[in-house]
Design a protein around this ligand. Structure first.
Ligand SMILES: Cc1ncc(COP(=O)(O)O)c(C=O)c1O
Length: 390
């Protein structure tokens, strides 16, 4: 049966170039990057070159790149590495749980935390960040792109606010990286976290930009790896794969691939919104223009249970997500959609379609053929339950 994977925000497959770049580092260049013999030097060389590539990706110095195990570790490091009891922390209610859970832990430890809510469009208003500032605000953490709606946040404006307030600024760029340029100078951030597996790299590896001089306590203690900022024998194949994925992502931003993806997504979105009783989550209006990453559209289908749709579409060969895949198994409606003001049933009736950059016109045609049939079928067999019509 035909399969269309439209869940790229959950994870992406390796591109073959990434696999090829990693391959020698599992086998003949298997050394420990800390060893001084030739085998160690070969591994070390791979990590050094990867660091240069990531410095280009972030527009920073190579010494400001720290390799780690991915987005969750980067987010945890920012929160636990900078905040102490008595500090004030500003973040948003639409962050990933990799920020929200550490934030809750810090609250228990005496860090006052403000969770700024988004506007109904899904956008964080920089004025709300400004209003939340206190003299003891030490850290602001806001995501670059939301994983569920794809809405891009005004991080440059927030970076300026942080600078004027003398607060540190962390960006969870896991969903933005590879889809928009990740220029840390333009963003004005001190810390920024990314994850390889969201941009066609391997799982379990990521990187963090740590601006020189930022007093970030390491999360992991042990050996002197990564300039004592992150202990643990380097995942050399993973690091090499991350850098290859980042290099390909930089190419995709320049060669029109991402623009083509945006056009595909727009066609998919327009087609889905033709179905009666649907609407877009993360839509702006005339006053509040909202920018989204090129691959994501999040749509509510009234009188449909999202989980039932995920299963029905899967049976037809289409992989999508209802809410965040990182919370799969949870029955609570998406905290992101709830924070945007959707009612529970409409939040539950929402689906996220997130296209791979390798998606084709045929993929979109197939989704546009199957989804209306599935919606009609589900509405016919379950007369009410989710949402309100219209
Ligand atoms: C916005 C965001 N931050 C952090 C993470 C966690 O990243 P990782 O899977 O690399 O731990 C995710 C994963 O879905 C995410 O979407």
């Amino acid at each position: 049966m035909r399969r269309v994977y439209a869940d790229a925000n959950a994870t992406t497959p390796l591109l073959s170039e990434v696999m090829e770049a990693m391959r020698p580092y599992w086998m003949e260049r298997f050394g420990n990057a800390s060893s001084i013999h030739l085998d160690g030097q070969q591994a070390h060389g791979g990590v050094d070159r990867a660091r240069e590539t990531m410095a280009e990706f972030f527009n920073c110095h190579a010494a400001e790149v720290v390799f780690n195990s991915g987005g969750t570790e980067g987010d945890n490091t920012a929160v636990f590495g900078l905040l102490r009891p008595g500090d004030h922390f500003i973040t948003t209610s639409i962050e990933h749980s990799a920020i929200l859970q550490p934030a809750r832990r810090m609250v228990e430890r005496g860090v006052e935390t403000t969770f700024v809510d988004p506007q109904p469009s899904g956008l964080i208003d920089p004025a709300d960040i400004q209003r939340a500032l206190r003299p003891e605000t030490r850290l602001i953490s806001v995501m670059l792109a939301n994983n569920e709606t794809g809405v891009l946040q005004p991080v440059e404006k927030i970076g300026k606010i942080a600078r004027l307030a003398g607060a540190f600024f962390h960006i969870d760029a896991v969903q933005g990286a590879g889809k928009v340029p990740c220029d840390v100078k333009r963003f004005g951030c001190h810390l920024l976290s990314i994850s390889a597996h969201k941009m066609h790299g391997p799982k379990g590896v990521g990187a963090m930009f740590v601006r020189r001089g930022t007093p970030l306590e390491p999360l992991l203690l042990g050996g002197s790896h990564e300039r004592r900022q992150r202990a643990g024998t380097e995942n050399v194949p993973g690091i090499v794969g991350l850098a290859k994925a980042a290099q390909l992502a930089m190419g995709s931003l320049e060669d029109g691939t991402i623009d083509r993806l945006a056009a595909l997504r727009d066609r998919l979105e327009a087609g889905l919104l033709q179905i009666p009783g649907t609407g877009l989550n993360g839509a702006g209006d005339a006053e509040n223009a909202v920018r989204r990453v090129a691959n994501t559209t999040n749509i509510w289908f009234d009188q449909v249970e999202g989980e039932a749709m995920v299963i029905a579409l899967d049976l037809k060969g289409i992989a999508v997500s209802g809410g965040s895949a990182c919370h799969s198994g949870a029955t609570e409606p998406s905290h992101v959609l709830m924070a945007m003001g959707l009612d529970k049933s409409r939040a539950r009736a929402s689906l996220r379609f997130s296209l791979l950059k390798t998606a084709t016109d045929d993929d979109v045609d197939y989704v546009l053929k199957v989804v209306p049939e599935a919606v009609e079928h589900l509405r016919a067999i379950s007369p009410v339950t989710a949402g309100t019509a219209g």
